[in-house]
Design a protein around this ligand. Structure first.
Ligand code: SF4
Length: 355
């Protein structure tokens, strides 16, 4: 897995691209004018590890709410703006850290130029790019429909509009809901530019299918070294988008975030309620601050051996529960005491690490 090294773009205090970690971002789902609810959601997302958050700016009231949101937000804010260049200018005045724009749908090059000048003066980067649902007619005609080349050409046209104004603080995306189309488009784009890429599968769906589609698409790209920041788009609470993003990065060993609970698939040897225990551990210790792996295994015979690599392992039978570390049994306990014993172990590890 060799990462393509891109230029570095700074969004508030967070750097995207270059050798920086692949950044996790999402979008709020509250009305932006409801500052209280939006800030509450952003704080929750930041706690989950979200590093950059985008808020939709459909109208002037939303644009005017950005300053208050920005003041209360622990992470950088990206204003998502379409059509109206005045909203972009208001968002900049309100102090946002990045703009998400479609210069193509702002139409008048004079307005794009005004935004570029203002963003440059404030050191605010802009994400541009294409979306399968809104490609210009002439490009669709040129390519005979929606193709990866069409997506890339449209995105590069947007980039050029900014470059013509001497603006290069750019992040690019080429999103589609088709996984193969998205992968092909990003591959092509990555060969052509060294701007950082924001990757995602758009309109991926509800939690289960959307997670799979996003994991397949983003997994391929990230494995090929493409992508500097990711957003998982799900028809589900944004917290889930952040969780899934970290699972994708974690499964490719690109980033870790807190406790990872792994569990064996169970088989005829299983005498332990693996699923129930794994879920309870996730629920109880989801906020644990250290990167640790806990393995929940279905049987005493093979469990400790199969989970030798885990920091802590748990298995047992109906009669007893064993806790092991790196494959060696350290404790025998009862089913009722699993959580408290585990808590004790996790506290010990945390104390050792803080000394
Ligand atoms: S740990 Fe035991 S129960 Fe789980 S899959 Fe392996 S052999 Fe089966």
């Amino acid at each position: 897995m060799k990462r393509k090294i891109t230029r570095v773009v700074k969004v508030g205090n967070i750097e995207i691209g270059g050798n920086n970690p692949i950044r996790v971002q999402t979008m709020t789902k509250t009305p932006t004018v409801d500052v209280k609810a939006t800030v509450r959601q952003i704080r929750r997302l930041a706690k989950k590890g979200c590093e950059i958050v985008r808020v939709g700016v459909p109208d002037k009231e939303s644009a005017l709410a950005l300053g208050k949101i920005k003041k209360e937000s622990p992470i950088p804010i990206v204003a998502d703006i379409h059509f109206d260049y005045r909203l972009a200018l208001t968002a900049l005045e309100q102090g946002v850290d990045k703009l998400r724009l479609n210069p193509g749908n702002i139409k008048n090059p004079k307005y794009v130029s005004i935004i570029a000048k203002e963003a440059k003066a404030r050191g605010v980067p802009i994400r541009v790019g294409s979306n399968a649902g809104s490609l210009p007619k002439e490009i669709l005609e040129k390519y005979g429909g929606l193709t990866s080349e069409a997506l890339v050409e449209s995105a590069l046209n947007e980039v050029r509009l900014l470059e013509d104004n001497d603006f290069t603080d750019i992040v690019i995306s080429v999103k589609a809901s088709s996984v193969p189309l998205t992968v092909e488009a990003y591959r092509l784009l990555s060969e052509k530019v060294d701007y950082p890429l924001h990757i995602g599968i758009t309109e991926a769906g509800t939690l289960f299918p959307g997670t799979i589609r996003s994991s397949v698409g983003l997994g391929i790209l990230l494995y090929e070294g493409i992508g500097d920041t990711i957003r998982v788009s799900l028809s589900a609470p944004p917290d889930k988008e952040v969780e899934v993003a970290y699972e994708i990065l974690d499964s490719l060993e690109l980033r870790r975030k807190g406790l990872r609970v792994l569990a064996c698939p169970m088989c005829a040897r299983s005498h332990f309620p693996v699923q129930e225990v794994a879920k309870e551990i996730e629920k109880r210790f989801g906020d644990y601050p250290l990167n640790l792996v806990i393995a929940v295994m279905g049987c005493e015979v093979n469990g400790p051996g199969e989970a030798k690599w885990a920091d802590i392992g748990i298995t047992g039978s109906k009669e007893r529960v064993i806790i092991f570390k790196k494959g060696k049994i350290i404790k025998e306990t009862s089913f009722e005491r699993i959580i408290s014993e585990l808590e004790e172990e996790l506290t010990k590890i945390k104390e050792v690490n803080s000394n």
